[in-house]
Design a protein. Structure first.
Ligand SMILES: [Zn+2]
Length: 95
């Protein structure tokens, strides 16, 4: 059993354990980011997004949501970068 009921977990133990676990999570997140940087994003989708009709038209916004299904990286850019990945599949009008 990982956490026997008769063992008292002190606040100090809990906070030290939490710090250790968060460091492990950070290391794993760093590994995922490093892996995503190595990916060629072969299986990539793009979805056009817009916020229009604002009272102040200068508040309107246009963007692109990208998603690589190989490494699961998701990111957003301006629509002017739509030609960065010509192989990306446009899923804007897919359900
Ligand atoms: Zn990728």
């Amino acid at each position: 059993m990982i956490n026997p009921p008769n063992k008292i977990r002190t606040p100090k133990f809990m906070s030290q354990r939490l710090i250790l676990l968060r460091k492990k999570v950070q290391l794993i997140c760093d590994e995922i980011v490093a892996l995503q940087k190595e990916c060629s994003h072969i299986h990539l989708t793009k979805k056009y997004g817009a916020s229009t009709g604002n009272y102040d038209p200068s508040s309107d916004g246009y963007w692109l949501d990208w998603h690589c299904t190989d490494c699961d990286k998701k990111w957003t850019t301006g629509q002017e970068e739509s030609r960065l990945y010509p192989h990306a599949v446009d899923i804007t009008h897919k359900p």
